[in-house]
Design a protein around this ligand. Sequence first.
Ligand code: FAD
Length: 670
Amino acid sequence: AAQPTESNVDVLIIGAGPAGLMAAAWMAHCGVKTRIVDKRNTKIFCGQADGLQCRSLEIFDSLGFADRVWKEANHMIEICMWNPGQDGVIRRSDRIPDTIVGLSRFQQIVLHQGRIERFFLDNIKKYSKDSIHVERGVLPESLEIDEANVDDEDAYPVTVKLRTLTDEEATPAQQVTGSKVSDGLFRSNLTMEDDEEELIQKSKARAGESEIVHAKYVIGCDGARSWTRRALGFELQGEATDFIWGVMDIIPITDFPDIRMRCAIHSADNGSLMVIPRENKMVRLYIQLKEVAPDASGRADRSKITPDLIFGAAQKILSPYKIDYEYCDWWTAYQIGQRVGTRFDAHNRVFLAGDAVHTHSPKAGQGMNVSMQDCYNLGWKIALVAKGICKRSILSSYQSERRQVAQDLIDFDHKFARLFSGRPAKDVMDAEGVSMEEFKDAFLKGNLFASGLIVDYGPSNIVVKPGNPAAEQSNGSEKSITEEEFADKQALASGLPVGMRFNSFKVLNQACARPWHFQERLKADGRFRVVLFAGDILNPSQKDRVDKFCSLLDSPTSFLRRATPKDKPIDSVIEVLTIHSSRRTETELLRDFPATLHPFDEHTGWDYNKVFVDDASYHEGYGDAHKNYGVDRERGCVVVVRPDQYVGWVGEIEDFEHLQGYFEGCMVLR
Ligand code: FAD
């Protein structure tokens, strides 16, 4: 065979599911040289994940395609609970809102994973100027890390040998051959055989092509059976349960009244069912399969699982209501297992994300969301380090931040899956059964968790909170903030907890009066943001505070100046945004606000998109941003927002030195 070609790349992503595509999107938005490979050639598929939580929609909006998802999706408004009555017949026992009111500007929706992947691909193509595309039918054969060079900023210490498959090799086998309906078993956890080895051997035997890639960073997003994880020798910890569930996407013909609602149905003796109304008249049924149980080795025989078996179980649970279908779009089955990866990275050079480091039941609709959010956390960090903007030390925060989320998810799922799969209690004395009150309570709490909005990252050099381990180790030069100091600072913006995502309320553009959800201004372009709550700028003493802050920002030694390359606009690495509380009509952008807050460009004039006012709009009401953010209208404060919209630091307008310290801690300042 010919010698394999060799090349260098900044980032190599293995796997193009939701996690891998999110990572690729960051690289496209930040302009980082990247390749992304996937062993499968299935360009579009139906089924798989479909639930999208509020946080994922906020993230899509930051990337620029939430509108496409929002338009096409089915919106989930209400959840109905169905339980057996005294007579054992199922009846509606409760209704609750699907998304907790007021949590986000978005609500939970459903749209199948294939569409989400499509939107990602379009977005990546646009932002990478067509330079990043998924290379299909390509898989890694070996991975080596040159440990001697992992700390060298300029090195390409990870070497991966890639192999190209034939079309036939890259096409996943279907459970039912010849059927028009696609099944998703090849992606399900019931498929256990490690087929990579076989594919590699076959390809070698026919002298298939291979190449060697030297990468600065590798991200393993290759799903629950992750090859990358195995290549690193890392494990998933946790266990499989005995619960096996089937999933079908059908257009139902039924007299069940709540078929267009999200339903949780517990039958007396026939198991449980979840109904998820979908786009295009489709409905997804999640059905517990009592007929298929795992054997002594803990594995179920997937050859027994057919659409008829799954649907028969659904009919029994729904009885006395009738359900039938003519059209089935997709089906699969899975065994519920709850596992978390022991490690999420090797030498901060190879990272694992998504199902590769956490698996759990799909019913809470979390997998795709949490997987994408892993890479929403990781992508910008790798991009900014690869570009020499941030220090390598920020990469450690990926594992500390996301492993906690994965653990919380597993704990949540553990509880939820048991409540869901269990038989309803007959009465209070029925200890083996599941109390329906407990189930409803878990559902309500679960909704908060499932929104993705309560993620609260712990202390690090990019989240200034008490107890930062890195700061505590360094002999006092970088002291961790004390509980008291922190409480004082956090009180300046009580609605913007450090470590949580920057919540969104409406403000108006000072120059043109257009209302904006403030989060819409926090685009995923890799920039940190300093949000100056400027207070009442018409009060001379307050104006004086703001002027001083701006003159410090302007000084040649400020983090803002030193972070920005000489030939780049002043807002290219860190953007300063302002929200003030004076009346819009009494303030003037050019008269009342220092130029630093709306920088001048000799070719295009003043920047009119950086100063906002907390005032009433003509058409969209009043966002009351100061009240909602918990910020004093007179005195304001300063907040640092990370590129992924998480609050990193809160301080007084006078706390410039600490603000400078924040950026000295995480950025390469020139
Ligand atoms: P995957 O989507 O598994 O993507 C991994 C990719 O890597 C694949 O494209 C694969 O071909 C590729 N790959 C694997 N090995 C290699 C290799 N060696 N080399 C190259 N490429 C490789 N989640 C939700 O949020 N909501 C839901 O409602 C929901 N429902 C689900 C229903 C079902 C039936 C299933 C099975 C899952 C569901 N999930 C749901 C979970 C969700 O699908 C996963 O959590 C999500 O797809 C994980 O994304 P990922 O990118 O980490 O991995």
